[in-house]
Ligand binder design. Structure first.
Ligand code: SF4
Ligand code: SF4
Length: 265
């Protein structure tokens, strides 16, 4: 069985990362052979929708279960639509979590255990290590420019009573900007790949967006984020099924929580 674990690093001996959408790595493991691959998460730089995009990524990798610390409602919705089990509350070493999973010690969760945007710009609740953030973390990405979720991580948040770090040097600042540029380029590539995938005649999306007409106000905020122009507004939002690739980018844009993802019938 192929499972994925959110991790702070690329090996089985790294610690589980509590955040799902912005974890530094996904370690994908075949539980029979214990062969694994580590994927650097391209969504750590996203201002919003990181959980949805990361869930899409895992669904595309055909994992059957995701083990993490916390999972928000949007990512959970994508996993449910894709038939992926979600197990939350994980901590410790990746290797130990896999062993415990194989011994059947965990139960699948029935719902998200944290609200939307949990962990955005915050340090990991387990690790205490920041991903840059809004200026308190030190190291690459520390409090510069794009702010939340950017940078290369590993900056430790100052503890109460600890000395205040000196301001970042121009060289550190420049390297931070370079790191942010790389992260944005990766993200852009991912979006282009999704658009390309949706125009491939052999591409057959498994998921589709649906509108809750009881909630939709017709505000139109979901139209621009859609990479395939699948949304039109006719007093309320309408999804063109032949164009929707199930990417879920529109979910994060809706202020009414009127959009959701489900499996295509
Ligand atoms: S409507 Fe557009 S943004 Fe929403 S899931 Fe479909 S393709 Fe993605
Ligand atoms: S953003 Fe939400 S409320 Fe606004 S039109 Fe789209 S689905 Fe409706």
């Amino acid at each position: 069985m192929k499972i994925a674990i959110t991790s702070m690093g690329p090996t089985l001996d790294d610690r589980v990362e509590a955040r799902f959408g912005r974890c530094p790595y996904f370690v994908i493991i075949d539980t029979e052979s214990m062969r694994f691959e580590a994927i650097e998460n391209p969504n750590t730089a996203l201002g919003g929708g990181a959980g949805i995009q990361s869930a899409q990524l895992m669904a595309e990798k055909d994992v059957r279960a995701i083990l993490t610390g916390n999972c928000g409602p949007n990512a959970f919705q994508v996993f449910r639509a894709a038939g992926v089990e979600v197990i939350v509350g994980m901590s410790g070493l990746v290797r130990d979590v896999v062993d415990r999973f194989k011994r059947g010690e965990f139960s699948t969760t029935a719902e998200a255990n944290v609200p939307s945007h949990f962990g955005m710009g915050a340090s990991s609740p387990v690790s205490g290590q920041g991903m840059g953030g809004m200026g308190s973390g030190r190291g690459m990405g520390g409090g510069r420019g794009m702010g939340r979720g950017m940078g290369m991580g590993m900056g430790r948040m100052p503890e109460a009573g600890s000395p205040v770090h000196p301001p970042v040097s121009p060289e550190e600042d420049l390297e931070s900007l370079r790191a942010q540029t790389r992260a944005l380029e990766e993200q852009l590539k991912l979006i282009h790949d999704r658009i390309a995938g949706s125009t491939d005649p052999n591409f057959s999306p498994k998921l589709i967006a649906v509108v809750d007409l009881m909630k939709c106000t017709g505000c139109g905020l979901c139209v621009d984020p859609c990479p395939t122009r699948a949304i039109t507004i006719n007093e309320q939002a309408e999804i063109l099924a032949s164009r929707c690739n199930g990417c879920a980018l529109c979910l994060a844009a809706c202020p009414e929580d009127a959009l959701s993802i489900r499996a295509r019938r």
